[in-house]
Design a protein around this ligand. Structure first.
Ligand code: NAD
Ligand code: LMR
Length: 338
């Protein structure tokens, strides 16, 4: 009969404890919130990633079904499911990369900050598990409001004495994916050949696309700049409204999170030249947390790339972003400190 809660794919008939073969380094990845709208497609994409040898799926609901389903995919990673808080520590033990999309999503009319009251506590509980069971893991934090949940995670890790700022990364990859897509549409290019750095944070005006630094180098009319900036900053809301109360971006987010996790794993493996935008503890501005281009390596964030030259429009945007970010960071820090 099917196992009910903690399960693993390796069957009683299996002749080997681990399916990861072929000499490639296999990393152990945990997804917390794995049964959710982001969690499920993200789990599928990570099950397809050849760098993953073991995939732990944790949630407070439905992981047995998701695990059974994914475990039938004939890819290398061994999938194990963990259900409920009593199994959190087992889900996290020995893990190299923890991806956290746990928490509630927005409905129309809400800001990301409106999710703070519920998601702050969820992120705290999950990060406490990380301090106990895999304090050296890289953490990719997706749960909103990212501008506050990353400072919350940092405070939890500091409290436990395990904080390594280079290993805590807020996922802002979807902002870059959107920027690349919308700019490619305007320029009539293939979105895979476009790269737009998006800096600042992950909410409204804190999302600051640097169109002046586009690859390939491109010029935009003031109308195009206004249209693109507004669309990139409101990309999340565009999806929330289209989904009309049933949730926020899940598929594009899972895709973006899988790209970012893969970059982190390639960094851990020691690949050179891995650069991604991420919301991290930073010295690029005077703010303690800021999203910008970072180089990833064996230690997580290995280098902060300079912001580069900003035009007047972007400098004004940066000031607005900093003002809101300062408040969101303060709110996250106080949640743990007070
Ligand atoms: P969802 O409601 O579909 O799924 C969330 C999952 O989290 C559910 O399965 C739920 O059971 C689980 N969960 C709740 N409490 C938990 C706990 N204590 N421990 C473990 N799991 C728990 O939501 P979703 O659409 O997957 O979105 C998840 C989060 O990601 C939201 O906060 C959303 O705003 C955020 N998000 C962030 C980005 C980004 O770019 N960073 C993009 C999209 C969504
Ligand atoms: C997004 O950018 O799609 C996410 O942050 C979800 C949201 O609430 O917009």
């Amino acid at each position: 009969h099917p196992p009910s809660s903690q399960m693993e794919e390796t069957s009683l008939l299996g002749r080997s404890g681990c399916r990861a073969k072929g000499g490639t380094p296999g990393f152990k990845v945990a997804i917390l919130g794995a049964a959710g709208g982001i969690g499920q497609p993200l789990a599928m994409l990570m099950k397809m990633n050849p760098l993953v040898s073991v995939l732990h799926l944790y949630d407070v609901v439905n992981t047995p079904g998701v695990t059974a389903d994914l475990s039938h995919m004939n890819t290398g990673a061994v999938v194990r499911g963990f259900l409920g808080q009593a199994q959190l520590d087992n889900a996290l033990t020995g893990i190299d990369l923890v991806i956290i999309p746990a928490g509630v999503p927005r409905k129309p009319g809400m800001t990301r900050d409106d999710l703070f009251n519920i998601n702050a506590g969820i992120v705290r509980t999950l990060c406490e598990g990380v301090t106990r069971c895999c304090p050296n893991a890289i953490v990719n934090l997706i749960s909103n409001p990212v501008n506050s949940t990353v400072p919350i995670a940092a405070e939890v890790f500091k409290k436990a004495g395990t904080y390594n700022p280079r290993r805590l990364l807020g996922v802002t990859t979807l902002d870059v994916a959107r920027a690349n897509t919308f700019v490619a549409e305007v320029l009539g290019l293939d979105p895979r050949n476009v790269n737009i750095p998006v800096v600042g944070g992950h909410a409204g005006v804190t999302i600051l696309p640097l169109l002046s630094q586009a690859t390939p180098p491109s010029s935009f009319t003031p109308e195009e700049v206004a249209y693109l900036t507004e669309r990139i900053q409101n990309g999340g809301t565009e999806v929330v409204e289209a989904k009309a109360g049933t949730g926020s971006a899940t598929l594009s987010m899972a895709y973006a999170a899988a790209q970012f996790a893969d970059a982190c794993l390639r960094g851990l493996r020691g690949d050179a030249g891995i650069v991604e935008c991420s919301y991290v503890a930073s010295q690029v501005t005077e703010l303690p947390f800021f999203a910008s281009s970072v180089r990833l390596g064996r230690g997580g964030v290995e280098e902060f790339l300079p912001l580069g030259p900003l035009n007047e429009f972007e400098r004004a945007g940066l000031e607005k972003a900093k003002k809101e970010l300062t408040e969101s960071i303060h709110k996250g820090v106080s949640f743990i400190k007070s």
